[in-house]
Design a binder for this molecule. Structure first.
Ligand SMILES: NC(=O)c1ccc[n+]([C@@H]2O[C@H](COP(=O)([O-])OP(=O)(O)OC[C@H]3O[C@@H](n4cnc5c(N)ncnc54)[C@H](OP(=O)(O)O)[C@@H]3O)[C@@H](O)[C@H]2O)c1
Length: 329
C-alpha cells in the first residue's frame, strides 16, 4: 500500500481539526486541535527505536527486550557478521520488526546513510527512540596514555554520540520521541588509571543534562543510564586492549605505576566477577522507552548507587579510601 503524501495528511488534519473546532465552537481551539491530531496521527502503529552498539552486551539485550515488547528496532552494528548473528538470535516472531544496519558512530558517511534509510522507513511517523549505547573502555595512567588512544576513547564515547544524536533529532522531534544514553558509574567516580573512560562518561553526564534541558520545549525526553558492573564483553575487550598496550609499555610506566596497575587488575577482575546480568539494564531501558514519565537517570548494577553516595564525601576522605583499597599512596 502506498503511504499517504504529506500534503494529503496535512489536508486530512486540517479537515478533522475544523470539525473539532466546529463541535467545540471556538476558533481558538484550532491550535490545540492540531496538537491533538499531530499527536494521534504522527504516532507510528509500531514505534521505532535505533540502538547503537547492538552487536553484544547491553545493546543486544536491549534490542531483544524492545523487540519482545513490540517495538521496531533498528539495530546498529559494525559488521555483516554481527548483523547476521543478531538476526539469528532475535526473539521468535520478531524478525519482521528487526532491521540491522552498519553504523560506526565515528563514521559520518555511515551516520548519514543510516539516517536516510531510517527516515525512508519511518516516514511521517518519525523515530520514537534513540538509544546511544555504543562504547569502548581504554585504561592507562594519564601520564602515559597515548594521546591517540585518548582521542579514540572520546571520539567513540562522546563525539560519536553527539553526531548520531544530531543526525536523528529531526526525526525524533516529529515523533516527540525519547533519547536514552548509556553513561556509567564512571561518570561520577574517577578510578585511577581508568581516566580516559571516566572522562568520556563524565562528559556524557553533561551531554544528557544539557540535552534534556535543551529539548524540553519539544517534549523529547532524555534519560541517562548509570550502570555499575554489568556482565558483558567490554571487560574482555578492554582487558585485551590493555594487554596489548602493556606489550610495549611507554618508558618508565611500569617502574612508576606497576604497583597501581597490579592493584587495578585485581580490582577489575573482582568487579567483573560480581557483575550483574545484563537484564538489569534492559529492564530500565524498557522503562525509559515506555513509561509515561521516564526518569532522567537510572542506576543499576553493583557500584552504581554506592559510588554515587561516595562521590558526596569530602575529596580527602574519598582519596584516602581509594588509596587504601588500591594500596597506592
Ligand atoms: N558492562 C559494564 O560493566 C558497563 C558499565 C557501565 C557502562 N557500560 C557502557 O555500556 C555500553 C555498552 O557496553 P557493553 O557493556 O554492552 O559492552 P560491549 O558488549 O563491549 O558492547 C559495546 C558495543 O559498542 C560497540 N562499539 C564499539 N565501538 C563502536 C563504534 N566506534 N561505533 C559503533 N559501535 C561501537 C560494539 O561493537 P563491536 O562489537 O563492533 O565492537 C558493541 O556493540 C558502553 O557505552 C559502556 O561504556 C558498561
Amino acid at each position: 500500500m502506498l503511504a499517504p503524501s504529506r500534503g494529503r495528511i496535512h489536508r486530512q488534519k486540517a479537515a478533522v481539526a475544523a470539525e473539532i473546532d466546529a463541535v467545540w465552537g471556538e476558533s481558538s481551539c484550532t491550535t490545540s486541535s492540531h496538537l491533538i491530531l499531530n499527536f494521534a496521527m504522527n504516532r507510528n502503529p509500531t514505534r521505532s527505536i535505533l540502538i547503537t552498539g547492538a552487536s553484544t552486551g547491553i545493546g543486544r539485550a536491549a534490542a531483544f527486550g524492545l523487540l519482545a515488547r513490540g517495538f521496531h528496532v533498528f539495530a546498529a552494528v559494525r559488521s555483516d557478521r554481527a548483523a547476521e548473528a543478531l538476526r539469528a538470535a532475535a526473539p521468535a516472531g520478531s524478525s519482521a520488526r528487526l532491521d540491522t544496519l552498519l553504523l560506526d558512530v565515528t563514521d559520518a558517511t555511515q551516520i548519514e546513510a543510516a539516517r536516510q534509510r531510517i527516515e525512508a522507513a519511518v516516514g511521517d511517523g518519525g523515530l520514537w527512540g534513540l538509544f546511544n549505547n555504543a562504547g569502548i573502555s581504554i585504561a592507562g595512567p594519564l601520564e602515559h596514555i597515548p594521546i591517540e588512544s585518548l582521542r579514540r576513547q572520546l571520539e567513540v564515547n562522546v563525539t560519536g554520540q553527539v553526531a548520531v544524536t544530531q543526525a536523528f533529532l529531526p526525526l525524533l522531534r516529529i515523533a516527540r520521541g525519547r533519547i536514552v544514553t548509556t553513561g556509567s558509574n564512571s561518570g561520577y567516580f574517577s578510578t585511577p588509571c581508568l581516566a580516559p573512560y571516566c572522562i568520556s562518561k563524565y562528559a556524557m553526564e553533561a551531554f544528557s543534562d544539557a540535552l534534556r534541558r535543551e529539548l524540553r520545549p519539544w517534549g523529547i525526553t532524555v534519560s541517562l543510564l548509570e550502570p555499575g558492573a554489568i556482565a558483558t564483553d567490554i571487560w574482555q575487550t578492554s582487558g585485551s586492549e590493555f594487554q596489548e598496550f602493556m606489550r610495549q609499555p611507554p618508558p618508565g610506566m611500569i617502574e612508576l605505576y606497576g604497583g597501581l596497575l597490579d592493584s587495578l587488575g585485581q580490582a577489575a577482575r573482582s568487579a567483573a566477577g560480581r557483575a550483574a546480568p545484563v537484564e538489569v539494564v534492559t529492564r530500565d531501558v524498557v522503562h525509559a522507552f515506555t513509561a509515561p514519565r521516564p526518569k532522567s537517570r537510572y542506576r543499576m548494577g553493583p557500584g552504581s548507587v554506592s559510588r554515587k553516595l561516595q562521590s558526596y564525601l569530602p575529596d580527602r576522605w574519598l582519596d584516602w579510601m581509594v588509596a587504601k583499597k588500591l594500596k597506592w599512596g
